[in-house]
Design a protein around this ligand. Sequence first.
Ligand SMILES: C[S@@+](CC[C@H](N)C(=O)[O-])C[C@H]1O[C@@H](n2cnc3c(N)ncnc32)[C@H](O)[C@@H]1O
Length: 223
Amino acid sequence: MDSTDDDDDHDQGLAHAPRIERHVSTEQFDQVSVKLWQDVSGGCGGKTWEAAYVMVDYLLWRHSLDSTFFQRKTVLDLGSGTGLVGLALAKACPLEHMELTDQEPMMQLMKDNITLNDLSNTSASLLDWGVPHSHQVDVVLASDCVYLEIAFQPLIDTLVHFTDNNPLTEIYMTYRRRRKADKRFFALAKKHFALIDIQDDPKRPEYKLQGLYLYRLERKKRV
Ligand SMILES: C[S@@+](CC[C@H](N)C(=O)[O-])C[C@H]1O[C@@H](n2cnc3c(N)ncnc32)[C@H](O)[C@@H]1O
């Protein structure tokens, strides 16, 4: 299960996101398409990342097997960037509310993408990892959020905070293996969570070959 055992040390372009002009794309999934402003002038979150497709494809597949999977759930997308993950799920599923969150430089892009997709069940707000917040949600999504060493502990603190408020909060996380240092994130995370490698995803064999992983995090019982 431990994805970090045979690490190689490559960057996958995170530090060097190409500086292309702000533009609109159409991102197509099995059940839904999302129109998306992309703009990396505010940071690496302003473009699409493969891990986002892994997350959306899996959760839409779960929704196709059980249409109540997201019914009446409040869902929060951490480090949303463009908002692609949250927007796709908010468009396709009967969820109660989707909250896209990120740091200040991503706020306008997330808001523009909500408007572009005409979504009334979705909003965007600031959520800096490690900073206390008052969100109470059923599901937390964290797609490709493990890449900055200084943010490992703040990200874990935020995940812990959600599950302190409600231990039944479901957490899904996609991860792209890039650096050996990521092992520290997993070591820190395992102090609080069981990391369940999701094995039933039909697309798993494809993305595993690309160093992509999908986990569900379950809060460990506190002693
Ligand atoms: C690689 S991008 C992934 C974006 C999106 N989740 C996806 O999968 O396409 C990582 C995102 O995490 C956000 N991020 C990084 N550090 C953060 C922090 N301390 N608090 C909140 N968001 C952060 C970045 O702004 C960026 O949008």
